[in-house]
Design a protein. Structure first.
Lengths: 215, 220
């Protein structure tokens, strides 16, 4: 996979793992940061705060809370499907790359899949930063022309008669898939349900887990 | 522009390979690349549309050969060099050779949380009537602008149905090139897979794109 640049894994990481030298990209970005800090265009502490936000604070647990609440609270689900931006903000999740949200519901008849063919648009406020595969050429090229085979790459089978709705995020609207609630979860509370909601199930490349399953 | 970034429907890239337990970043430099890109947008005063245009206007072969954060760094360097904030010589030397320019704003650590939580909403107050209605059949224009656009090639010339009206939003084709926001009505348009990809395509699949009003015309 390190030989597949379109998958986004850098060769430099591989070199770096061997610890012999700093990669070209490491040196290039360090030099860039040095220049920008010395010119006082950026504050290094602000960089640290940005990184901490997306490495620690904002991630798919946010979206999982939204989904779990929608599963247990029909009124919330109705608000989510009507005005996702406002419903998600009720839980405190707002901001960059989540300014204008739409939630799309998976049902017995419809499966939804989200992609950005033109770049890497992704609902950061509820899912954090996108995984490498989401930004990769294989996903961006195939999700719109052959979505069922993309799902097969993830080990997900969707029957041919189920409607497949692909959403290409070409504007500033960000899509969150509301996955189907798994069977056998009638007695789960909201927190237990949230633990079953995977990141991929909110993109459409996965399904929510069954109780007792491991991701 | 018809660049390498406009990937919908391209073939030959192989399977989607998801990494198990993927970390948020794969190398220390990726952390800094992401943060520098966000922080410099404040200092440089450029929009997300200008950032996207800078990334996608690279030579197609280079675009396809880079990892995503490498593309971000290349785009960031381009935007900074164009504005004289840094020079190519400085990037090559890895040190400051020219005095700094005055920048409109420096993102400080104590404003990061509020800045990110606020984001950059693109909705604007309508000043023109809405042209298309939900349920209406529309054609995506057959257009090939040399500059930035968010109308993917694979829908151009095809007929779809308006499913959502999102109000009026900043128009990226204009905003990316310094032409101002020039907001337009924004719609979601749903296309049948067979309309886009022909008779062999999945009969139970649809593809929706978000399209600004000038990307669309009444069904042709």
């Amino acid at each position: 996979m390190h030989d597949e640049p379109d998958q986004g894994h850098s060769h430099e990481d591989h070199d770096h793992e061997h610890g012999s030298h700093l990669s070209d990209m490491e040196l290039r970005v360090r030099a860039l940061e040095t220049i920008l800090v010395e010119k006082r265009y950026v504050d290094p502490a602000a960089l640290d705060a940005i990184i901490e936000t997306y490495e620690v604070k904002v991630g798919p647990r946010n979206g999982a809370k939204v989904v779990a609440k929608a599963w247990v609270d029909p009124a919330y689900k109705a608000r989510l499907l009507k005005d996702a931006t406002a419903a998600i903000a009720e839980l405190g999740f707002t901001g960059r790359q989540g300014e204008h949200m739409v939630a799309v519901e998976n049902t017995d008849k419809v499966h939804n899949l989200v992609v950005c063919t033109l770049c890497s648009c992704y609902p950061w406020s509820v899912l954090g930063l996108p995984p490498v595969w989401y930004k990769s050429a294989p996903y961006r090229s195939r999700a719109v022309i052959d979505p069922r085979s993309v799902l097969a790459d993830f080990g997900v089978q969707v029957s041919d008669d189920k409607e497949m709705r692909v959403w290409d995020s070409t504007a500033e609207i960000r899509y969150l898939v509301l996955p189907q609630r798994p069977a056998g979860t009638e007695h789960c509370n909201e927190e237990q349900l949230a633990a079953l909601v995977t990141r991929d199930s909110m993109i459409g490349t996965g399904l929510a887990m069954s109780p007792g399953a491991t991701p | 522009m018809n660049g390498a970034h406009d990937m919908g429907g391209m073939m030959g890239f192989g399977p989607v390979i998801a990494e198990k337990n993927e970390p948020v970043f794969h190398a220390p430099w990726e952390r800094r690349a992401m943060a520098l890109t966000l922080a410099m947008a404040a200092a440089g005063g450029w929009s997300i549309d200008q950032s996207r245009a800078a990334r996608e206007s690279q030579h197609p072969a280079r675009y396809l050969a880079q990892t995503y954060y490498q593309i971000w760094i290349a785009g960031l360097e381009k935007l900074m060099v164009e504005r004289g904030l840094v020079t190519r010589d400085e990037l090559a030397a890895g040190k400051v050779l020219q005095p700094a320019k005055t920048v409109p704003r420096i993102l400080s650590a104590d404003t990061v949380a509020t800045t990110l939580a606020r984001g950059g909403p693109t909705a604007r107050v309508p000043t023109t009537p809405q042209r298309f209605q939900i349920g209406e059949r529309v054609s995506a224009r057959n257009m090939h602008p040399a500059g930035h656009t968010r109308l993917p090639r694979y829908v151009r010339g095809h007929v779809g149905v308006i499913t959502h009206v999102h109000g009026v939003h900043v128009f990226p084709d204009s905003n990316a090139t310094g032409g101002g926001e020039r907001p337009q009505w924004l719609y979601t348009v749903r296309f049948g897979a067979r309309e886009l990809w022909g008779e062999g395509a999945d009969k139970a699949a649809t593809v929706s794109v978000d399209a600004w009003e000038s990307y669309l015309e009444p069904e042709k």
